[in-house]
Design a protein around this ligand. Structure first.
Ligand code: SF4
Length: 371
């Protein structure tokens, strides 16, 4: 089988490990396997070469196309093959970086060594300086995590579930505390001691709807990782049944649910809300058709806030005001107090959403038409 044929199989196997997956055929002029468009911080799409090194896996994750008991073609690329294939994409301008993951062979560190070796070949043998994202495998040794972080811009370890019980619904081959949480803590400790390692931080991914965990449990776990492990961000992958897996008959998770989780997660990670400020229904689910920030605002007793004096913490709790506009408000009002809604609108404040929650110079502002 040619390298290109292998890449087609491995890239297809890798798409189940993605969030925001966009297939190459829809999003690119180039008909090559493995081109994935990650969403950058400002919402722009960044083309990455995303593949597995190997789709051989000893684990039994019940939702996964690569789980050990499924019968299909198993193959792998060598570090040298993968590095050369990636450079072909990169040098032709098809992608801006590499996102490398792998199924897990019997020896976890043996698999880690292959992904690390690929990054090493790129950095040291070919002088590649651009973006590399490496997946850390649950149960990896501290030494291999450290070596991966020394070569990568970003690393991630998939947490898969929010709780120990939730993970045991999904797999019998990973220990939640030991293989996952302990490794995430190691990543945090290594980053603290080595500020040049994995400078774009570490992230995680969770499969939503593959077990019975609630939105509250999911967000509580993420909040804890943001606060204690300096997690950069979380990805929520909506469970979708795959034929031939244990969960082939389980109901798919709606993308509306993951969209609400992303929304609420941004409130925790970017706005520094506390989980207890979010509003859940009696089953600990987010309300699907309601904006989590507006629901939270209705429960708070801080409103209306005075734009010209409110602290940052209160400004960003106003629907329609984000961290960037809150910072700009704080900087501008030192020189000149705000008097008109129009001035806020120019800073990016969404007036329609903010109006009921703010005052300017002690007065409610009802409509832009007043000016
Ligand atoms: S570890 Fe689990 S999720 Fe990852 S490839 Fe193996 S079976 Fe799939």
């Amino acid at each position: 089988m040619s390298t290109l044929e292998k890449m087609q199989v491995l890239a297809d196997s890798a798409q189940y490990d993605l969030c925001d997956y966009v297939s190459h055929s829809k999003s690119s002029q180039v008909n090559l396997p493995g081109i994935y468009h990650a969403t950058g911080h400002n919402g722009c799409k960044i083309p990455l070469f995303k593949t597995l090194m190997s789709n051989k896996c000893k684990n039994d994750c019940k939702y996964c196309i690569n789980q050990s008991k499924r019968d299909f073609t198993r193959l792998e690329l060598s570090p040298e093959e993968l590095a050369k294939a990636f450079l072909h994409y990169y040098n032709n301008g098809y992608v801006n970086g590499l996102f490398l993951s792998s199924g897990i062979s019997n020896e976890i560190d043996e698999t880690m060594n292959k992904t690390i070796e690929t990054a090493r070949i790129l950095r040291r043998d070919y002088g590649y300086q651009d973006y590399i994202h490496l997946k850390i495998i649950p149960g990896s040794s501290k030494d291999s995590i450290k070596r991966a972080m020394s070569l990568a811009n970003r690393v991630s370890l998939n947490i898969e579930a929010a709780t120990k019980d939730g993970l045991s619904e999904i797999t019998s081959t990973k220990d939640y505390n030991k293989d996952i949480l302990k490794r995430i803590d190691w990543m945090h400790q290594i980053a603290k001691k080595n500020p040049d390692y994995a400078k774009s931080g570490h992230t995680t991914q969770l499969i939503v709807g593959a077990n019975d965990e609630s939105d509250y449990e999911i967000l509580k776990r993420m909040d804890s990782l943001y606060r204690k492990a300096d997690l950069r961000r979380s990805y929520f992958s909506a469970f979708s049944p795959v034929e031939g897996t244990d969960f082939e008959k389980r109901e798919a998770c709606s993308s509306d649910r993951t969209a609400q989780l992303y929304h609420a997660d941004a409130l925790l990670n970017d706005y520094k809300f506390k989980v207890k400020e979010l509003v859940f229904d009696e089953d600990d689910k987010l309300f699907l058709n309601e904006d989590p920030k507006i629901l939270a605002a209705r429960e708070m007793d801080i409103f209306p806030v005075e734009i010209n004096t409110a602290p940052y913490r209160e400004l960003i709790r106003v629907p329609g005001i984000g961290p960037k506009s809150a910072r700009r408000i704080m900087s501008i009002r030192k020189k000149m107090p705000f008097k008109k809604l129009e001035d806020l609108q120019k800073l990016g404040v969404v007036i329609k959403r903010a109006e009921p929650y703010i005052q300017l110079e002690g007065a409610y502002q009802n409509s832009l038409d007043n000016y």
